[in-house]
Ligand binder design. Structure first.
Ligand code: NAP
Length: 204
C-alpha cells in the first residue's frame, strides 16, 4: 500500500494594506522552494502591533487579497482572522489550522523578516514552534546583525531573499496619496479597487 505523504501548507500572514506583487512573488517562491501543496493567505484582522496607524477595514483588505490571488490555483484565502473580533495572534491562527488539518499536515508560517525579528515577543511562541515552521522573506540587501534565537526556534526558521519585496505597502499608500503611479506594483484588479473605493487618498 502506498504511504500517504503529509500535506505541506504555507500560511501567508500579513496586514496586506494593500497586497502587492512582492507578497505574491514571496508566496510563489515559498511554494516552489519548500514544496508546498498550497498557500493560504490570511489577512490580519486586528494585528497586535498596529495600534498607531488606522488600518484599512479588514473586509476591504480581505477583498483585495481575494482579487490578487484569484488567478493562481495554488493560492487560497482565509477570512479566519478577519471574521474574529479578537486581536489576531499568530498562535491562535496557527492553532486553528493545526486543529483543522491535524498531524497530517506540515505547517509553514510565511511572513516578512521585519515581523519575525520580534518573534520572541509573540504570544506562546514556545508552543507555536512545536507545530509550525517559519519562512521569513527579506528584501534585497537586508542584514541580520545581532539576531539570535533559541536553537529550537532557529532550527525551524528559514530566511528567503525576495527581490520583488523592493515593493512595499507603505510606498504604495504614499504613492496613491501623492498621485504617483502604482501601475505594475500590484495587480490591476487591486489598483482598480483602491481607486474605486478611494483608499489611501487621505494618507491613512
Ligand atoms: P508588518 O510589521 O507590517 O511588516 C513587517 C515587514 O514585513 C514589512 O516590510 C512588510 O511589508 C513585510 N511583510 C508583511 N507580511 C509579509 C508577507 N506575508 N510576505 C512578505 N512580506 C511581508 O507585518 P504585519 O503584516 O503586520 O504582520 C505580519 C504577520 O505576522 C501577520 O500575520 C501578523 O499577524 C503576524 N504577527 C504576529 C504577532 C503575534 O502573534 N504576536 C506579532 C506581530 C506580527 P509590506 O508592508 O509591504 O507588507
Amino acid at each position: 500500500m502506498a504511504v500517504q505523504q503529509k500535506q505541506r501548507l504555507g500560511i501567508m500572514g500579513g496586514t496586506f494594506d494593500p497586497i502587492h506583487y512582492g507578497h505574491l512573488v514571496t508566496a510563489e517562491a515559498a511554494r516552489h522552494r519548500f514544496n508546498l501543496d498550497k498557500v493560504i493567505f490570511v489577512p490580519s484582522g486586528h494585528p497586535p502591533h498596529k495600534q498607531e496607524r488606522k488600518l484599512t477595514l479588514p473586509d476591504e483588505r480581505l477583498m483585495m487579497t481575494l482579487l490578487a490571488t484569484v488567478a493562481n490555483e495554488n493560492f487560497v484565502v482565509s477570512d479566519w482572522e478577519v471574521r474574529r473580533p479578537q486581536i489576531s495572534y499568530t498562535f491562535d491562527t496557527m492553532q486553528a489550522f493545526h486543529q483543522q488539518y491535524g498531524d497530517e499536515a506540515e505547517l509553514f508560517f510565511i511572513t516578512g523578516a521585519d515581523a519575525v525579528l520580534e518573534i520572541m515577543q509573540w504570544r506562546k511562541i514556545e508552543e507555536l514552534v512545536d507545530f509550525c515552521s517559519f519562512i521569513a522573506a527579506t528584501r534585497p540587501g537586508y542584514r541580520l546583525d545581532n539576531f539570535s534565537l533559541p536553537p529550537k526556534l532557529a532550527a525551524k526558521l528559514y530566511f528567503m531573499e525576495v527581490p520583488a519585496l523592493a515593493i512595499s505597502s507603505s510606498d504604495i499608500r504614499r504613492r496613491v496619496q501623492s498621485g504617483e503611479p502604482v501601475k505594475y506594483l500590484l495587480p490591476e484588479t487591486v489598483e482598480m479597487y483602491i481607486a474605486k473605493h478611494g483608499l489611501y487618498r487621505d494618507g491613512e
